[in-house]
Design a protein around this ligand. Structure first.
Ligand code: PLP
Length: 282
């Protein structure tokens, strides 16, 4: 998998082999930073505005001063694709931290560190067609999950557990109320209506989630931002998740429960089609 050579940093573009950070760096020592994963289809950003808006919201929530104005960020992100001649399906990973400084919990007097690079990323076509299996676990994260922060230890532990069970994702719940997944948003369909957790501090406000909300409105499918319970999850007609890399992914199994006949549901497939059209994929 190619990691493209020119990396965007707070000081402009540099060769990826010249990118070094000291070990006293806020991201390394405290996870004191934020990130975005942005999808690229056929060399073009998908949902770029949504990602940039969220990046600046996350920064503001953590009182982290980004090195660029929003308008400059757009220019640099376009240049990142141009300089690296990205023309296929890819992603951009971007992270910003509170900078390099001697270790101290108190904010340092330092400029933020930022880097962003592009990497090839094929669509997960097989999983999109056949669906994935999941497990459920308690949501052990903090109270500000709307911030896309680098503190991903609970997410990492929960995703690894899914893998060890031969599953793709872990669906999280607080006191039996489903919030989202370890790195994606969660939805059920019951009697023709889609349910997903409202945009509170307990979930990450997904860019794809936002787009799904718009797409289903155009499709006239009822969409309720109402939390559902674990038992409603196991009893659902359809289950799916969404993220920039997983797109709109059918879930065919939750713990030991096979959802319906174990194949992706009709409404999920309709949303997948609308997504592909929206992203210029069909
Ligand atoms: C990034 C992320 C998502 C999905 O967000 P998108 O903007 O749709 O990619 C959902 N949940 C968590 C915990 C995430 O980190």
């Amino acid at each position: 998998m190619a990691v493209y050579q020119q990396v965007l940093t707070q000081n402009g573009f540099i060769d990826k082999n010249d990118l070094y950070y000291p070990f006293e760096e806020r991201g390394l020592q405290f996870g004191d930073g934020i990130y975005e994963v942005i999808r690229i289809y056929h060399g073009k950003y998908y949902l770029l505005n949504e990602h940039v808006e969220r990046l600046y919201r996350s920064a503001e929530s953590l009182k982290l001063k980004l090195p660029f104005q929003k308008s400059e960020m757009y220019v640099y992100l376009d240049e990142l694709l141009e300089i690296n001649q990205i023309s296929s399906d890819a992603k951009v990973y971007l992270q910003a931290t509170r900078g390099s400084a001697p270790r101290d919990h108190v904010f340092p007097d330092a400029d933020a560190n930022l880097y962003a690079y592009a990497q090839d990323l094929a669509r997960p076509l097989d999983k999109l067609e056949n669906g994935v299996a999941t497990i459920t676990r308690p949501d052990i994260r903090w109270q500000n999950c709307y911030i896309k922060s680098l503190n991903l230890l609970p997410n990492v532990m929960m995703k690894q557990e899914a893998k060890e069970h031969g599953c793709f994702e872990t669906i999280l719940h607080r006191d039996n109320v489903v919030t989202e997944c370890s790195s994606s948003n969660a939805y059920i369909v019951k009697d023709g209506t889609i349910y997903t957790h409202p945009e509170t501090n307990n979930i990450l406000h997904g860019c794809v989630r936002l787009r799904v909300k718009k797409l289903v409105k155009d499709l006239n499918i009822p969409f309720k931002e109402e939390a559902f319970t674990l038992s409603q999850l196991h009893d659902a007609d359809e289950v799916f998740l969404s993220s920039s890399t997983a797109e709109v992914m059918p879930i065919t199994k939750v713990d030991d429960t096979v959802i319906q006949d174990g194949t992706p549901g009709k409404i999920t497939k309709a949303i997948q089609q609308a997504y592909e059209k929206d992203a210029g994929l069909r």
